[in-house]
Design a protein around this ligand. Structure first.
Ligand code: ARG
Length: 605
């Protein structure tokens, strides 16, 4: 079979992709140089640089680990501290670093130069925030998200997948990764036999009446399911219909297409409202490739018979992964294995990310293990690419602490939910403007747009700000509160910064060209330092697939800005130019955070 080697030849290491990168990455580079000259026989030491919470801006923590490696051997070093000292002495000259000091335990405290921080921000303002994109060691990724099922409801779980998946895609895209945004819709399964047969029997003129005949697809699904469960001969006809559909008979394929089209239009409404772009490659897309995949897995000796089914046993799992059912049909796992191979071989993805509820964790663990056994993927321990991740999330709870439902239907219609968020925002906003005597300054269109931005933004942010694995409670009152960690608070904070800039009556483009930043006041420096950490936060959020890290950064930015604005007068002060540039930089970074979180910014309130 020509698969002697344990790994496929295109597996690549995570390092060695050069560019400027985040502050942390830039510091790592100069420490790498020093480590190489301090330990010339050991060129592969990874610099351990991290943001520091207390004593400095950053720190380098290599000395302790190195000491435990060389302790007892004959070297020039007598303790971790002496290693730290040597690393500092060998640091190449750099404008970034103001000073360093070595703690007794050996770690190195790094203080950045104020002048450099200011320059770094000025450069970003003149060249755009793309300058601050982190370096991610991947060129192309697949993000498999949203992925609702045709004819079944798109529920709040799918909403979570949609919001989280979109943000992950945006984070990666900002980091210059090409992202294939895949909607792996459930458009191929045994339920279609039932739906098609029901359509033929109940609506003989379906070809003309078509989509009107079906009407509400969820109702249609329910009534056909009822007949399927109650009527044995219907059930049999439905099963025959699946075979004919999968055999490619035209009439059956046309009916299938019609049914898919109705669902697709419903999904599109949600995506449009949320400003989300996805490319559909549903389960049916992979169907023709399944036999070849099964053949390959079988040739590689992975497939065994078990109770009439063909399965793959996975070490550490009590049940095997079924890849061909006992009736000879394919299932969710056969499709996922095929999609995975397609994404690796045809689409050349280096990172494949699946966003579903945590309930599917085991399924993905098994699929990934099978792929490793097939040598499609390297051993995860090697930190090599391509790699796969399942991004699981918890369930959405209602006020009662149970799975989120509304009174009228078992599931919440997503479109209604978004409408409600928007309508509540609009009311609030009108009230607020009324109270300030400003309602007259707003056009109806402006009101609408702002309410949409804030309302949809609030729904997204409430979902993203928590660690995705925790269940979270859906509460309009909480997410629409204008105090605390909500999109409403953050969007208004941004609008306030914009109004400070407007009130100054200065031309920001001009200021960006001619003005410069100085960080004399401690609160100015804290703000500057937080701003330049943006890239490494995006990097962390990307690498760990945790959007909440970015939310936390954004919320802190807003708090740090408030502190700065309270202690430092902007307009009319001697430092007006520098401080306006800091305001502008804060607004730019906030907007990029909003953009990456899929939230539309607001410029006035
Ligand atoms: N359609 C599935 C569901 O609603 C999610 C699909 C996730 N993606 C995948 N490649 N299995 O649960």
């Amino acid at each position: 079979i020509g698969q002697a080697a344990n790994v496929e030849p295109n597996f690549v290491s995570t390092q060695n992709r050069d560019s400027v990168g985040s502050v942390k990455q830039q510091l790592s580079k100069i420490f790498k140089v020093s480590l190489q000259s301090t330990f010339p026989n050991d060129v592969d030491i990874d610099p351990l640089v991290s943001a520091s919470t207390k004593f400095a801006d950053y720190q380098c923590n290599n000395a302790m680990g190195l000491w435990s490696r060389i302790k007892g051997k004959f070297t020039e070093f007598s303790n971790p501290n002496s290693i730290g000292q040597a690393i500092v002495e060998n640091l190449p000259p750099s404008e970034m670093v103001q000073s360093t000091s070595v703690a007794k335990a050996g770690f190195i405290n790094i203080v950045l130069s104020n002048v450099w921080i200011a320059k770094h921000i000025e450069n970003m303002l003149s060249n755009g925030i793309r300058e601050w994109a982190p370096i991610i060691p991947v060129k192309r990724a697949v993000v498999d998200f949203s992925s609702p099922n045709i004819a079944k409801e798109m529920h709040v779980g799918h909403l979570r997948s949609t919001i989280i998946g979109d943000t992950l895609s945006r984070m990666l895209e900002f980091s210059n990764v090409e992202v294939l945004r895949r909607n792996h819709v459930g458009d191929w399964g045994t339920q279609f036999g039932m739906l098609i047969e029901y359509l033929f029997e109940m609506f003989p003129n379906w070809e003309d009446a078509g989509q009107q005949a079906i009407g509400d697809l969820q109702e249609f699904y329910k009534s056909s399911k009822k007949k399927f469960d109650e009527d044995a001969s219907f059930k049999e006809r439905a099963q025959r219909a699946v075979v004919r559909l999968q055999g490619g008979e035209e009439k059956y394929r046309n009916a299938w297409k019609q049914i898919c089209e109705i669902s697709r239009r419903e999904f599109a409404q949600v995506y449009q409202r949320l400003g989300i772009h996805l490319e559909e490659k549903g389960e049916s897309f992979y169907n023709p490739f399944i036999p070849d995949v099964i053949q390959e897995l079988s040739d590689k000796g992975l497939i065994e018979e078990s109770e009439g089914a063909r399965v793959i046993f996975i070490e550490g799992q009590s049940i095997p992964l079924i890849v061909v059912k006992s009736d000879g049909g394919y299932n969710y796992a056969s499709t996922d294995l095929t999609a995975l191979r397609y994404r690796l071989r045809e689409e050349k993805a280096e990172w494949i990310i699946y966003v579903t509820d945590v309930g599917q964790q085991q399924h993905f663990d098994m699929v990934f293990s099978a792929a490793r056994r097939a040598c499609w993927l390297p051993d995860p321990k090697g930190n090599l690419y391509p790699k796969t991740n399942h991004v699981g999330f918890g369930i959405v709870l209602g006020q009662d602490g149970k799975r989120f439902r509304t009174r009228s239907t078992e599931v919440v219609r997503l479109v209604d939910l978004l409408d409600e968020a928007k309508n509540r925002c609009k009311k609030e906003l009108q009230q607020r403007l009324e109270n300030n005597g400003k309602l007259g300054e707003w056009s109806e269109q402006e009101l609408e747009r702002t309410a949409e931005a804030v309302g949809y933004g609030a729904v997204k942010y409430a979902d993203l700000k928590n660690n995705r694995l925790t269940n979270y409670m859906f509460s309009f009152d909480q997410m629409l509160n204008d105090k605390g960690n909500t999109a409403v608070y953050l969007l208004y904070a941004h609008a306030r910064i914009c109004s400070i800039i407007r009130k100054s009556n200065r031309d920001l483009t001009e200021l960006t060209k001619s003005g410069s930043i100085s960080l004399g006041h401690p609160d100015e420096r804290i703000l500057g330092l937080h701003l330049i950490r943006f890239a490494e936060i995006v990097e962390e959020a990307c690498m760990n697939l945790l959007p909440n890290v970015l939310c936390e950064y954004l919320y802190n930015l807003s708090e740090i800005f408030t502190r700065f604005y309270t202690s430092c007068q902007v307009i009319g002060s001697a430092e007006e130019t520098s401080r306006l540039l800091l305001c502008e930089a804060t607004a730019v970074v906030m907007r990029k955070c909003f953009e990456v979180l899929g939230i539309e910014p607001v410029y006035k309130i």
